[in-house]
Ligand binder design. Structure first.
Ligand SMILES: [Zn+2]
Length: 486
């Protein structure tokens, strides 16, 4: 596909595009797009604002959008930087030296890129440590099986524990067989349907198993495909329920144990986990900006989370989202495309096992959240982008939809209702409109939270398309004359 390289004149007003509206209605509509103080007076004209949003014409930004798209696709700079980051610093688990080294390197690179107000905003993060972990199958045959303890799990004590396994396929099934669970190790063998519906067995499994009197909990890894890859992830305890060790096994072993149980065979295992906690550690959210020319206090935030799990290299989850946002800002700078509002890249820390970065950002920026025009997150892997899921008002949705049309040449401008991200969740809860980058999600959960999350899972061209998609959306929202309505 070719992209036009015409540099179209930069339209200074979209009012011309809304010509069919009566002048008074138009004024009301524009008022509704204005900063909060005046927007509040304009609620009577919401319908008019909606009309104006639907009539908003983004075509004046075609030239800028084309430049960003061309630059993002001209080489594989984003993928190369992603590869450098993940190869050089490795997994970036909260509390690890790797994470802080990666953050320091990024800050230096951002300054070298000429980005503005580059800074680390301090965040204290929890520090769970994966010790030695071992699962031995003792009956019906003897063999070591792969496991990954789930984030936050307690250890078993140095001697480990030996017990029989009870395989169940749902919370309901355990409730029915609760009298069989006492003193056993419960295995949640729940096939992947969607992440949201399956992950509850990872997050809640230890609590529910302990309530039934189990001594440990195992979960079938949460994913649709496996090459004998256990998936880690966060898990919870309940202060009113005893804490028991909780680990993921592979899909293969979960299905095998199900077959063993169905045959009436005894499944006996020994589980040893030396996982433990240390005191909180210092980390930081990484921030860099391009300051707006006309409304510098109004901010468009985009980013991902810089921490990862402690296995693999966290390339998909979520160095890719961080680097794509970073590259989007760098390209604006390089092309001399400085919008009216400030574009701010944030790489949040500690999404995976605490969300401390997202919460700290909200707390540190509480006074300026009314001036956060939009928050955008990429945390589903920078695979081939399709568009965005948007959470905000109807009037804003219409404007975003029109801006999405600028991405038609690269087929990444479909705007759907609903979306956001874990790290921007805390500011979205305070009223900031939010959006998440939607991508081809067919392979994300193959590698998510596994040792296989390396940069080779991402295609350089798709990374470039993700950069272009985030860059165009962020830039145009930052540059339109009227502020995106809430
Ligand atoms: Zn993530």
């Amino acid at each position: 596909m070719r992209y036009p390289s015409t540099s179209r004149p930069h339209l200074r007003s979209v009012i011309a595009a809304a010509a069919p509206l009566a002048a008074t209605a138009l004024l009301a509509a524009v008022t509704a797009f204005a900063p909060a103080a005046t927007a509040r007076q304009a609620d009577a004209s919401l319908a008019t604002a909606r009309q104006a949003g639907a009539m908003f014409d983004a075509s004046a930004w075609e030239g800028d959008a084309d430049q960003l798209i061309e630059a993002a696709l001209a080489d594989s700079a984003a993928w190369e930087r992603l590869a450098y980051l993940t190869d050089t610093f490795g997994p970036r688990f909260s509390g690890s030296r790797n994470l802080e080294r990666a953050i320091d390197w990024i800050l230096g690179e951002m300054r070298a890129d000429g980005l503005e107000n580059v800074r680390a905003e301090p965040v204290m993060v929890p520090r769970w440590v994966r010790g030695r972990e071992e699962l031995m199958l003792l009956e019906p045959h003897e063999r070591r099986l792969d496991i990954l303890g789930l984030g936050g799990s307690i250890g078993t004590g140095p001697g480990g524990l030996v017990g029989d396994v009870l395989v169940v396929g749902s919370f309901d099934e355990l409730a029915e067989r609760a009298d069989e669970a006492r003193g056993k190790i419960v295995l949640w063998n729940v096939p992947f349907t969607s992440y949201g519906s399956t992950v509850v067995y990872r997050s809640q499994g230890a609590i529910r198993a302990a309530e039934a009197g189990a001594v440990a909990s195992l979960v079938r890894s949460v994913g649709p495909f496996s090459m004998y890859t256990p998936h880690t992830g966060n898990s919870a305890y309940d202060e009113h329920v005893p804490r028991i060790p909780h680990a993921a096994i592979t899909m293969e072993d979960a299905m095998m144990m199900q077959r063993m149980q169905d045959r009436g065979h005894r499944i006996r295992i020994r589980l040893q986990m030396e996982d433990y906690w240390l005191p909180d550690a210092e980390s930081a959210n990484v921030v860099a900006e391009l300051v707006g020319t006309e409304f510098p206090d109004e901010v468009i935030v985009l980013g991902g989370h810089i921490d990862s799990w402690d296995v693999g290299t966290g390339a998909m989850d979520d160095a890719g989202g961080c680097v794509a946002a970073w590259e989007a800002l760098r390209l604006m700078k390089e092309l001399g495309l400085r919008p009216k509002r400030t574009v701010r890249v944030v790489m949040w820390t500690n999404e995976e096992n605490g969300l401390r970065g997202g919460n700290a950002y909200r707390n540190a920026h509480r006074d300026e959240l009314h001036n956060h025009v939009l928050a955008m997150e990429s945390d589903a892997g920078v695979f081939k982008p399709q568009g965005f899921g948007f959470s905000g008002s109807d009037a804003a949705f219409d404007v975003i939809t029109q801006i999405g049309k600028l991405l038609d040449p690269i087929e990444s401008g479909t705007i759907r209702r609903g979306g956001g991200g874990a790290d921007i969740g805390p500011i979205m809860a305070e009223g900031v409109p939010g959006m998440g980058l939607n991508v081809d999600g067919s392979r994300y959960f193959w590698y998510h939270h596994t040792k296989a999350d390396y940069v080779d899972k991402l295609d350089p061209h798709h990374v470039g398309l993700s950069v272009a998609t985030m860059a165009v959306m962020a830039y145009v929202v930052a540059d339109i004359p009227q502020r995106l309505p809430r």
